[in-house]
Design a binder for this molecule. Structure first.
Ligand code: NAD
Ligand code: MG
Length: 400
């Protein structure tokens, strides 16, 4: 069970350094994995403003060399890694550059903004070494939630969410014990297809799916938000981060994305965290938790301008991936890893124009039917289930 988000532990290396003392603030080293993506570039805007508190020690990306070079010139990290590197001087390459960056002794915080299960090993490496992982890469917890939480407990590492819903929940729970929480209610924008009929959804195109109404994000999570697979991933993420059983995690559609989630306590009181949709605040909070630092990243809050704030039930029959994902979470074992991998594979095919929108849920269901009972006792077995699920999805469409 996740107990390391209580807010009482403080950050590693942060011995209650009071801001009112005359001492210079403690500088903390950050490895930013996935620096060229949507969260990665958002994080660099935050880190640029907070240069007096955080130094960028390592940057990694997949293949966007021009942007990574520009970032490296601006932030001068001692480590740069590009997975698909053609051999750039002293840059590291290959997928192992992620774990190398996450393991550097001068790194206090690993901001994992990689997309997909590819981020898992770096999370494990950082937690084993007692570091903080500021986690945007929610797939990590879906593929191997138990292993990740055990690794954090054994290594003394700390997971702090970047996802806006989970950041909201963490901020609402504060230092209260989890036994005082009755229920979590995650908000969901509903995505671009919130009000589309099932018939119309059959004809949804890639361009339609990429038109997110409130957030500008990477392509994979944007599609996940259109299918609501993203919310299933987030329910599983919340289960592991906060140690709350699935039957006490609900989802409500909130089209304005201003209320980032609710926490209902055992006495019936409900707290929510609000703000205009911007990932800058949850990124900053994942660095500073449990402290808050002055920052200007989020536009001023004007409740009148943001009103009305509305809430509606999820149409789960129109978006089968939400219930499939939550059922996979409840089943446990390899099922969440299979759900995630099949979804990643099917979304990649959809993004490449090879399959239709409704094929994504069809593929995930197909993989779950066949692989949910796969062995799941170790990282290797979970990664084998992940690989099998990807293969099943590709075979399903090759056969068509
Ligand atoms: P993105 O596609 O914009 O960026 C992904 C980054 O990961 C890029 O820097 C890319 O180079 C790197 N990357 C991709 N594949 C890789 C691989 N195989 N190995 C190493 N690096 C690889 O994605 P994003 O929208 O920034 O999302 C990143 C993560 O954050 C996802 O897990 C997503 O669910 C989560 N998240 C994103 C948002 C958002 O607003 N974008 C909000 C909440 C959570
Ligand atoms: Mg989210």
């Amino acid at each position: 069970m996740a107990t390391n988000l209580s807010g009482r532990g403080g950050a590693k290396g942060e011995s209650g350094g009071s801001q009112s003392s005359a001492q210079a603030p403690v500088m903390r080293g950050v490895a930013l994995l996935g620096s060229t993506g949507s969260i990665g570039t958002t994080a660099l805007r935050v880190l640029e403003r907070q240069r007096h508190r955080y130094s960028v020690v390592a940057l990694t990306a997949f293949s966007n060399e021009p942007l990574l070079r520009e970032q490296a010139e601006r932030f001068r990290p001692s480590f740069v890694g590009m997975v698909r590197s053609g051999g750039n001087g002293d840059w590291r390459s290959g997928s192992e550059c992620l774990t190398e960056a996450a393991s550097l002794p001068e790194v206090d915080i690993v901001l994992n903004a990689v997309v997909g299960a590819a981020g898992l090993d770096a999370t494990l490496a950082a937690l084993e070494r007692g570091k903080r992982v500021a986690l945007a890469n929610k797939e990590t917890l879906v593929v191997a939630g138990e292993l990740v939480m055990e690794t954090a407990a054994l290594g003394g590492g700390e997971l702090v969410p970047v996802d806006s819903e989970h950041s909201a929940i963490l901020q609402c729970i504060g230092s209260r014990p989890v036994t005082e929480v009755r229920r979590l209610v995650l908000t969901a924008s509903g995505g671009p297809f919130r009000s589309w009929s099932r018939e119309r959804l059959e004809r949804a195109t890639l361009a339609d799916a990429l038109q997110h109404p409130t957030w500008s994000m990477g392509r994979k999570i944007t599609v996940d938000s259109a299918t609501l697979a993203n919310k299933a991933l987030e329910v599983i993420e919340a289960h592991f981060l906060f140690g709350i059983p699935y039957d006490r995690i609900d989802v409500v559609v909130h089209p304005q994305s201003v209320v980032h989630s609710f926490v209902e306590f055992v006495d019936g009181s409900v707290l929510a965290q609000l703000g205009v949709p911007s990932m800058e605040l949850p990124v900053l909070y994942a660095l500073t938790h449990p402290e808050r630092l002055p920052d200007t990243g989020v536009p001023p809050f004007d409740p009148i301008e943001l009103s009305p704030l509305t809430f509606e039930p999820v149409r789960d029959t129109a978006f089968p991936l939400l219930s499939l994902g939550i059922a996979a979470g409840k089943a446990g074992g390899a099922a969440p890893a299979v759900f995630n991998a099949a979804n990643e594979a099917a979304v990649a095919l959809f993004l490449g124009g090879a399959v239709a929108f409704h094929d994504i849920s069809r593929a995930v269901e197909h993989a779950l039917d066949r692989l949910s009972d796969a062995p799941s006792a170790s990282r290797e077995q979970l990664l084998a289930a992940d690989a099998d699920a990807r293969r099943l999805v590709s075979e399903l469409f090759d056969a068509c």
